[in-house]
Design a protein around this ligand. Structure first.
Ligand code: FAD
Ligand code: NAD
Length: 426
């Protein structure tokens, strides 16, 4: 016989923290909620790991960035969970789930049962081995998904001051880690297969601005090729990175950010999956009515696009978690999740925000020489996406509002001429 809870959250990341806060706001009794997490600490703001956590001066450390400080809400420390009667089962990997019986089996052999389950298992970093390259377990190769990875990266940076850091991947992790490594005075080279960085979101023109900025900080770029192998010494340390184009780069530290896969495996064959995630409806409810999914692992209907998507960003994790809890506790009063996708990043002195969808024709505007600049995406004669670098709070609010309204755009040349002014006056 194991323990039984009314609500169980499987996973202890961003979405779990925001869901816990929402449960307490809506009113739960002591002993009703349990969070089970593989990580040894309560939920924290994962974005800090590639930013404040890696700073050489006054780095961010727990407990300062427990959820929900990222949304200017209460900081949920271990004491907070205790005071609210929320059971934290930490450092415990769930090995199997039986959604028919409504039970979970933890790594320590405990069976925990639930009335309602929220899946918040997030995602795992893709490994080089999945692309046919060996060496991920070398002592100076690092991924970045959780606190243990971030601590490892800090130790690696400290072990070879001024050394050569090779960053594999030109996405979010690659860009944010490259900036942090440079700030730590490492000599950084980024390697990625595309023609420009952040290929999933940036246009060539936007990417060119960031690449030039990075170069001015000393970052080197090797584009259009991928890693083929590592040279590894007798101590198990990578000494060089060999690329498919035949070149070789000396390496003291290697940071890998080549994408993620949502953690769905416990539910394959039990719940409906879609686009790599757990398919949920507008109440974040899966194909089993007692099971909800939120955050990186959920594929949900994005009303503004009229189709389902799986998003991998913190704002969507926070808001989908809150929505699920609202739907669980007040079924009839909570409508469909109506979410406008929002992504952002901060590196060096730069900061950008993006809202909506990067589909259709692109119009650039503003000062690409280091001032405020941006882009709009127009599809079927309507604004569907907006990007802005270096904006003020009001300007970001204006592009968010304009994108949600999806105004008609008759004349793309006129939109280009108006630039940011278009969003401000919508
Ligand atoms: P996670 O936060 O990943 O949490 C999942 C949790 O589930 C983890 O605690 C994991 O250990 C646990 N778990 C998984 N499987 C099991 C199991 N079987 N048993 C027990 N526990 C399990 N997004 C942005 O929008 N802006 C940013 O600046 C930004 N920066 C980021 C920086 C880094 C380094 C990373 C890795 C991500 C960043 N993201 C950012 C993305 C954002 O952090 C994620 O979208 C968000 O964390 C997703 O929340 P989640 O709760 O779904 O998953
Ligand atoms: P990503 O999807 O952003 O980028 C993956 C990159 O891997 C691609 O851009 C490509 O350059 C590279 N790549 C793909 N296959 C490769 C190969 N075989 N060899 C070399 N490079 C290859 O994923 P990520 O950067 O790993 O980020 C992981 C997750 O963390 C994502 O979900 C991301 O959204 C999240 N994250 C978000 C932020 C943010 O929103 N600011 C910051 C950090 C991390």
């Amino acid at each position: 016989m194991g323990r039984a809870f009314l609500y169980v959250i499987l996973g202890g990341g961003v979405a779990a923290g925001y869901a816990a806060l929402e449960f307490t706001k809506r009113g739960i009794s002591h002993g009703e909620l349990c969070i089970i997490s593989e990580e040894p600490v309560p939920p924290y703001e994962r974005p800090a790991l590639s930013k404040g956590f890696l700073l050489p001066e006054a780095p961010a450390r727990l407990p300062s960035f427990h959820t929900c400080v990222g949304a200017n809400e209460e900081r949920l420390t271990p004491k907070w969970y205790k005071e609210h009667g929320i059971e934290l089962v930490l450092g415990s990997r769930v090995k199997s789930v039986d959604v028919r019986r409504k039970t979970l089996l933890t790594g320590s052999g405990e069976t925990i049962s639930y009335k309602v389950l929220i899946i918040a298992t997030g995602a795992r970093a893709l490994k080089l081995e999945e692309f046919g390259v060996k060496g991920s377990d070398s002592e100076n190769v690092c991924y970045l998904r959780d606190l243990a990875d971030a601590n490892r990266l800090v130790n690696l940076m400290e072990s070879c001051p001024g050394g050569n850091a090779i960053v594999i991947g030109g996405g979010y992790i690659g860009m944010e880690c490259a900036a942090s490594l440079v700030i730590n005075r490492m000599s950084v080279t980024m390697v990625f297969p595309e023609e420009h960085c952040m290929a999933r979101l940036f246009t060539p023109k936007i990417a060119s601005f960031y690449e030039e900025f990075y170069k001015s900080k000393g970052v080197k770029f090797v584009k259009g090729t991928i890693l083929s192998s590592f040279d590894i010494d007798s101590n198990g340390k990578v000494t060089a990175v060999n690329l498919r184009d035949g070149s070789s780069l000396p390496a003291d530290t290697v940071v890998v950010g080549i994408g993620i896969r949502p953690n769905t495996s416990l539910f394959e064959g039990q719940l409906t999956l879609e686009k790599g995630g757990i398919k949920v409806n507008g109440k974040m409810q899966s194909s089993n009515s007692s099971v909800y999914a939120v955050g990186d692992v959920a594929t949900f209907p994005v009303k503004v696009f009229g189709e389902s998507r799986r998003l991998e960003h913190v704002d969507s994790a926070r808001k989908s978690a809150r929505h699920a809890v609202g739907a669980i506790m007040e079924q009839n009063q909570v409508g469909e999740f109506d979410y406008l996708p929002f992504f952002y990043s901060r590196v060096f002195t730069l900061s950008w925000q993006f809202y909506g969808d990067n589909a259709g024709d692109v119009v650039h505007f503003g000062d690409f020489s280091g001032g405020t600049f941006g882009a709009y995406w127009v599809r079927n004669s309507h604004l569907v996406g907006s990007f802005l670098e270096g904006g003020t709070k009001e300007e970001y609010e204006a592009i968010a509002k304009a994108t949600r309204l999806k105004p008609a755009v008759e004349d793309v040349a006129e939109l280009e001429r108006q630039g940011l002014g278009f969003a401000v006056t919508v």
